[in-house]
Design a protein around this ligand. Structure first.
Ligand code: GLY
Length: 371
């Protein structure tokens, strides 16, 4: 068992990582259960796998369990599904002192967290993440959001969960491609500021993807500890500290926008390719050696992940990709902060990136892949 804590004063909370916790869920959640009943939000796929077991345990503990099911998929991070959740919570008589339970991947966590932050002017919520990406990234840190016609995650709040319960055994039913997408976010923590962890990933990454228990747990615990530390230092991303967690995301979001934010390129796959591009762009600026980018690309390729624009299915030219970046919510004063690297484990926020230079770099990347 590993119990981590995120230090945020009155908003501090624990993150428990333990295999098999879903089999003892009523014990773990008892501090958050009020009035003998619980309100749950999940998606159609996750509920099919996990809800019968959870409901049966709660029933045998004498706790009523009410479930609202959202259609699986990123399209549910919408005003319409948010409104349905709020209406359902109000219909169930949600009170301010109630805790809402989010059972699912990043979509469910973001949507439930947002609903919890606004219903009755704010209720508590608990995250029970069921994808690798949600376990190592989105369930921790309190970012909540929905997507709108103007872009991804443009509407949301900072609202910390009261507790995060991570059971690595739930990943047994996760498709391998989703495991790989989540793994990119694990590698990210090594690249940010932990070069020995990147070395560890090179040695143990295949075991993580194969769901070997000790490697998987170590990867999750190391990632969550890094995220908890960084969020504890800069909860609202105002000090260039939490922004480090966006490594690979500015390039990645442009790739996702070009491929339709869907199954053609998963978020984690876009982040993986985006991190390679961040290293290649850093090398172009003389900040690190090209071999650092080659090293990351070799590791992700060995893990069967895309590492080039072509492999990511991206055809747009540099100008079009940079145009997607211009819609990023971090855009300020006509430019974007970029996460660049002085080497593996040495990420920093660079505020003087010329977007025209990025466009030229991306065109060069297209040509490099074609050679
Ligand atoms: N996923 C980036 C963050 O939570 O800040």
């Amino acid at each position: 068992m590993a119990q981590l804590n995120i230090a945020l004063g009155q908003r501090s909370y624990d993150i428990l990582v333990e295999a098999g916790t879903l089999d003892r869920i009523s014990d773990h959640l008892s501090p958050w259960i009020k009035r003998g009943r619980t309100l749950w939000i999940s998606d159609s796929q996750v509920a099919r796998h996990h809800w019968p077991k959870i409901e049966a345990q709660l029933a045998s503990a004498g706790i009523a369990a009410h479930l609202h099911i959202v259609p699986a998929g990123e399209a549910s991070k919408s005003w319409a599904e948010l409104a349905r959740i709020i209406d359902w919570l109000l219909e169930k008589g949600v009170e301010r002192s109630d805790t809402i339970f989010a059972l699912g991947g990043g979509m469910i966590g973001d949507l439930t967290g947002f609903a919890a932050s606004i219903v009755k002017r704010g209720c508590e919520f608990v995250q029970i993440p069921t994808t690798l990406l949600a376990q190592v990234d989105s369930s921790v840190g309190g970012k909540t959001a929905i997507n709108t016609a103007a872009g991804k995650n443009l509407v949301g709040t900072f609202h910390q969960p009261r507790f995060v319960l991570i059971d690595p055994l739930v990943l047994a039913t996760l498709p391998p491609r989703e495991m790989r997408a989540g793994y990119a976010e694990i590698v990210k923590y090594g690249l940010i500021d932990d070069a020995p962890f990147f070395d560890w990933c090179e040695t143990h990454g295949q075991n993580v993807l194969a769901r070997q228990a000790s490697s998987l747990k170590q990867a999750i615990v190391t990632s969550v500890a890094a995220k908890a530390r960084i969020v504890g230092e800069d909860e609202r991303e105002t000090k260039d500290r939490r922004a480090l967690l966006n490594l690979g995301h500015t390039f990645g979001h442009a790739l996702e926008a070009d491929t339709g934010f869907g199954d053609r390129l998963l978020h984690g796959e876009a982040v993986g390719t985006g991190m390679v591009l961040a290293l290649r762009y850093s090398a172009r600026r003389g900040l690190c050696a090209p071999s650092d980018a080659d090293r990351l690309a070799a590791h992700l390729t060995a893990c069967n992940m895309p590492t080039t624009l072509a492999a990511a299915g991206v055809t747009a030219d540099g100008a079009a990709l940079v145009d997607h970046m211009r819609h990023d919510k971090k855009m300020t004063g006509g430019t974007l902060p970029f996460l660049l690297l002085r080497g593996i484990g040495q990420t920093f926020v660079c505020h003087d990136v010329d977007l025209d230079d990025v466009a030229q770099f991306l065109d060069q990347e297209h040509r490099r892949a074609a050679e």
